[in-house]
Design a protein around this ligand. Structure first.
Ligand code: CAO
Length: 427
């Protein structure tokens, strides 16, 4: 008949107040005898505590970070096994619902904890990773070299999730051909930063996690080239300032970005292969007949790219208004997923902050992205003399699988000409 049994910390030598660094089971789990329950860590060793019985976990009595000694209650288990007493002393009256402990201890000798020497976190691959014996065994079974797995646990410890994620990532890698072109890179070094000074660990925001994974994929899988140019926006600025005075009453602020969004669409109309995506086979170009432009917005939670739709059908003032609205919505986290989909080309403007140029990452499945930096007044040589002109730095990153360098140079030169003479926006 099934009984509630106490599972205690067995004989762990002279150690006392040892930290629990991993809990492998939870209430409701069905486990076999010898399955590992928790991992303990002393300053010298990590040890797994296996279950003396098969059964169902009724209640956990410990969590990660708790300190335990021999005889501490780990959990209550419903089990019909009879066994021999655990070598550890039961903790008196520790559990609210406890069957007679004497009846629960007749099955089998308590499995001794599995011990592994804790290694120092390694600063390079090839060293030994920081992981419990159970995780080492799990990794071994899957053929994973632990030194290649980045540990997300305390002090860089490798957890079961880390091993599983490593395997998932490996399976998701494109298969290499005969020559083996699958991406093989060294694992990141696992560093215990606390060894070098005080630290604080802060989880990444949800948006950063999502955008980070996308940026990583795009950076690794798309052959990027970035083409630079400068547009003379001296006249455009005069016009923009006039417009700003005119529309201040309507509370519409027109920044250089509104002109850029419109100018990009004029360039896309001239160079249709920039307004396209590769299809899933990677063998066909899907040319779009609509003009939706994504704009990177810096929010306290991370980067978001809302999309302005049908830019070809809108004027500068309307675009400035929509840009203000959509970027405010992004910052207030009110933007919907649909409002971030369907872009043809993106613009990332750091012009309001500064910097001379940067290399933006393409927002796949788009084929190109325009980076905009801060316009500054520069001496430009014109008609045998130097004149002061307001020059806007542009950085065009493009997918070299589809777009040739010459086409990219033509695109950015054309774009600069449109910005230099805003009458071309109307053509
Ligand atoms: N050169 C000089 N001045 C510029 C400029 C440029 N290229 N672009 C903007 N400015 C000026 C604006 O005119 C404005 O000046 P005033 O306040 O005097 O009128 C000021 O800089 C601030 O502009 P802004 O940044 O608020 O507005 P914006 O329309 O240029 O940009 C937005 C809006 C949402 C794109 C921007 O706020 C933002 O979030 N930028 C960051 C995008 C980002 O993080 N990109 C990196 C992604 S990683 O690839």
């Amino acid at each position: 008949m099934a009984e509630i049994k106490q599972v205690l910390v067995p004989d762990i030598g002279d150690y006392k107040d040892v930290s629990i660094i991993e809990v492998m089971v939870k209430a409701g789990d069905t486990i076999n005898a010898e399955d590992n329950l928790v991992t303990l860590e002393t300053d010298k060793a990590a040890m797994d505590v296996p279950s003396p019985y098969a059964g169902v976990v009724k209640e956990m009595k410990v969590k990660v970070g708790d300190k335990v000694s021999q005889g501490s209650l780990i959990l209550l288990m419903e089990s019909s096994e009879t066994g021999v007493p655990q070598k550890s002393q039961p903790v008196a009256a520790a559990a609210p619902v406890v069957a007679p402990v004497s009846a629960s201890v007749a099955a089998k000798p308590v499995a001794a904890p599995t011990v592994v020497q804790t290694s120092q976190p390694v600063a390079a691959t090839g060293g030994s990773a920081h992981a419990s014996p159970a995780i080492r065994r799990f990794a071994r079974e899957l053929g994973v070299q632990l030194a290649q797995v980045r540990g997300s646990g305390e002090k860089g410890r490798v957890t079961k999730d880390d091993v599983q994620n490593f395997v998932k990532a490996a399976l998701a890698q494109p298969r290499g051909g005969a020559g083996g072109s699958g991406l093989q890179v060294l694992a990141m070094p696992v560093v215990d930063f606390a060894k070098f000074g005080a630290i604080e660990t802060k989880p990444l925001s949800r948006i950063k996690k999502i955008s980070g994974a996308n940026l990583h994929r795009n950076w690794v899988t798309i052959p990027h080239i970035t083409q630079f140019d400068e547009a003379d926006i001296t006249e455009m600025e005069v016009f923009r300032k006039e417009l700003n005075v005119e529309y201040a009453k309507q509370n519409i602020k027109i920044t250089p970005l509104a002109f850029m969004i419109k100018a990009v669409v004029v360039a896309l109309q001239q160079f249709p292969e920039f307004n396209a995506s590769l299809d899933n086979s990677g063998e066909n170009l899907v040319l779009k007949q609509y003009f939706h432009i994504g704009v990177a917005v810096d929010t306290p939670n991370g980067l978001m790219v809302p999309v302005l739709r049908d830019v070809d059908k809108k004027g500068i003032v309307q675009l400035a208004k929509e840009l203000g609205e959509i970027s405010a919505k992004a910052r207030e986290l009110k933007i919907t997923a649909a409002e971030m989909q369907g872009g043809c080309f993106s613009i990332s403007s750091l012009g309001g902050i500064g910097g001379t140029a940067f290399t933006p990452i393409i927002n796949a499945p788009e084929l190109a992205i325009l980076g905009v930096s801060k316009a500054i007044i520069k001496p430009m040589h014109q008609d045998d003399t130097f004149v002061a002109r307001l020059m806007l730095p542009l950085s065009l990153s493009y997918d070299h699988r589809v777009i040739d360098g010459a086409a990219a140079a033509r695109f950015i030169v054309f774009l600069s000409q449109v910005l230099a003479d805003t009458r071309r926006l109307a053509l």
